[in-house]
Design a protein around this ligand. Sequence first.
Ligand code: EPU
Length: 428
Amino acid sequence: MGGKPLRGQVIVRGAKNAVAKEMVAALLTAETCLLKNVSNVQDTEIVASMIQAMGGEVSPKGDGVLAIKAAKLHSVHYRELKHIAGKSRIPILFAGPLLARFGEAMLPELGGCGIGERPINFHLDALQKMGATIEMIPKGVHLKAKKLIGAKIHLQFSSVGATEQVLLAGVLAEGVTTLTNAAIEPEILDLIAVLQKMGAIISVDTDRVITITGVKELKAYEHSTIPDRNETVSWACAAAATNGKIKIKNARQTDIMTFLNVFRLVGGEFEVADDGITFFRGAEGLKPITLETGVHPGFMTDWQQPMTILLTQANGTSIIHETVYEERFGYIHALNQMGAKIKLHTECLGGKLCRYSQRGYQHSAIITGPTPLHSANIEVPDLRAGFSYVVAALVANGTSTIGNIGLINRGYENFVEKLLLLGAEVTE
Ligand code: EPU
């Protein structure tokens, strides 16, 4: 039931997009690793199940602590891995650790999803440069390498996953790996921190250059994952969109500086304290903006959806140019059914051309606001869009029904409980 401002405090724990990769890093050693601040989201359970299927032990120790021991790993059929992983992108990141441990890895094909094609060519090219042989098999990929060798690798696009792939493969490779045009998201720097604790030698230089000096073996780590900045941004937009006020405990300013600038420009306000950030709508109301998504330190593609909801309530016309995924506006149709005025365009709007120019993808949006939203029956298409539908429903008049909310649980810990704490009227 919408129309009520969200007010109160939510606690944000470990970033889902760091936790999963840090769990995979534990496979690089036979010793027991301790990962702390792990949020209870489905994606973490999926990775735990994959590790367990391979003979690793993942034991919850209470209060967000996971002990991971991969002393006795064995191979598991890649189709079983795919069955456990579902649409998760994580299986391909097992390549490096499995090659280091067994000289071989059979991994499922990942396939596309609702936000774009999401190929794995950068991952495979990098592994090939490091000496792996690659054979495509029905619905999977078979990789072999007696020993991975350091290489010079350049990414066409600063892919998060491919950067993580090179890190996880390079740390135990022979010699030096240099990665240019690397992604440098805070979640990647957190993974590097984990690998460094394990004994890896990795430097992050200016201009997106990462250098990894391979070592012979790695040891256990104990690490507390950085808070989930994508979740923080989602709640921040929910606060301003519903004209409420939410304190996000544990949110870190330095991870979301680009978002904070945009939030301020659109009329949001925030107060930074030692233990978190409080977000609300400024007295002058919400203003339109032109922005484009990009890799860090740009405006993350995962912030585009909650920002869109906010901009439906701003006074004027906004433009968002999505440059990371070709189909990340698939969720707009349902918002228009709720009364939003959003038009999608195949051109690169807002000034700069991106790699989707002239390719026919609807990757720019013109959002005309403010539009009152009304209730609807909608289905969640993907994680970030799903949470944004919830925010749209809280802005809207009347009672909306949102189906397929299981997808939201993949990345937002106890979101229904948190909504209730913030005063929302929600039933599951
Ligand atoms: N790409 C390729 N080839 C590759 C790899 C990527 O063309 O081999 C392209 C992708 O198709 C996309 C772009 O490069 O157009 C960026 O993809 P990237 O590899 O950076 O994304 P990812 O690692 O698959 C992670 C997050 C996403 C987040 C993106 C961008 C995880 C599990 N997923 O995906 O998070 O949007 O980085 O920051 O870390 C989410 O949390 O909802 C989510 C989708």
